[in-house]
Write a protein that binds this ligand. Structure first.
Ligand code: KIV
Length: 290
């Protein structure tokens, strides 16, 4: 047995303590094991297997087509890639809106089959009963209010929320109702910064903002957006911390040129019959995995 210290997994209790200590929470989306490992090793506290995968992975215009089985598949991959981050699985559109019983069964499936550590669902006070039943069943729930992308058609598109008359009061009431029902954290998406500040001050659970200003207890971004995978997509609330889209295209261009010019592969990247290695030596050196 190895004598090394096992990495402590971030839990919903860690996140609450971070708010109490005034430590900001860094959350990112993840959809596969390789990215999850990089984001985990980079220090992200929470990885959300967001239904945004319907857009950035599947290429749809909205998150609406994503299924529960697809979410479970991506959750399994992300969990396998992590050691420290808390992994949240998004409940897809129409897997919890029609009844509490259906929401319970589907959240249970995401935890059992996806292996994620908690679930996230969109919407306010209307989901209070479902949230309290899930929490009573031992399933931690992250809430999500403001711009809720599953209501794309109802909202008339991806738009900042809460500016209309009564909007602030409605958002505050939804936040308080969800906290009361038992959510352990709340995503605030695309709402004015001063409303997010008010909600953050009123709640004892952490708020995680996306396009909701700096006062939130933490921030979340779609990893593909903050890594600059798509040079044409740069909404105001996204900061690009890398330009991987350009880096990848440059690398592919270089590869294509070297294949065409017969400079790849070199002799060192090829095999010879006469080498001293055993004929059936492994193709890859096994770098320590986990
Ligand atoms: O699906 C998603 O990625 C999300 C985040 C943007 C919060 O819900």
């Amino acid at each position: 047995m190895s004598g090394g210290m096992k990495t402590q997994r971030v839990t919903i209790h860690t996140l609450r303590q971070m708010k109490e200590r005034g430590e900001k929470i860094a959350m990112l989306t993840a959809y596969d094991a390789t990215f999850a490992r990089l984001l985990d090793e980079g220090g992200a506290d929470v990885l959300l297997v967001g239904d945004s995968l319907g857009m950035v992975i599947q290429g749809n215009d909205t998150t609406l087509p994503v299924t529960l089985d697809e979410m479970a598949y991506h959750c399994r991959a992300v969990v396998r890639g992590t050691k420290r981050a808390h992994v949240v699985g998004d409940m897809p559109f129409m897997t919890y809106q029609s009844s509490v019983a259906e929401g319970m069964a589907n959240a249970g499936k995401l935890i059992k089959e996806g292996g994620c550590h908690s679930v996230k669902l969109e919407g306010g006070a209307q989901h209070a009963e479902l949230v309290s039943r899930l929490v009573a069943a031992g399933i931690p729930v992250m809430g999500h209010i403001g711009l809720t992308p599953q209501s794309y058609h109802q909202l008339g598109g991806f738009k900042v929320q809460g500016r209309e008359t009564g909007g602030r009061e409605r958002l505050v009431a939804d936040a308080l109702a969800l906290e009361e029902a038992g959510v352990y954290a709340l995503v605030l998406e695309a709402i004015p910064a001063d409303i997010a500040r008010e909600i953050t001050e009123k709640l004892t659970i952490p708020t995680i903002g996306i396009g909701a200003g700096v006062a939130c207890d933490g921030q979340v971004l779609v990893s593909y957006d903050m890594l600059g995978m798509d040079e044409t997509f740069k909404p105001r609330f996204v900061r690009r911390f890398a330009t991987l889209g350009t880096t990848i295209k440059d690398a592919v261009g270089q590869y294509v040129a070297e294949v065409r010019g017969s400079t790849f592969p070199s002799d060192a990247e090829s095999f010879a019959v006469t080498e001293k290695q055993a004929p059936q030596s492994p193709l890859y050196s096994t770098v320590a995995k986990k």
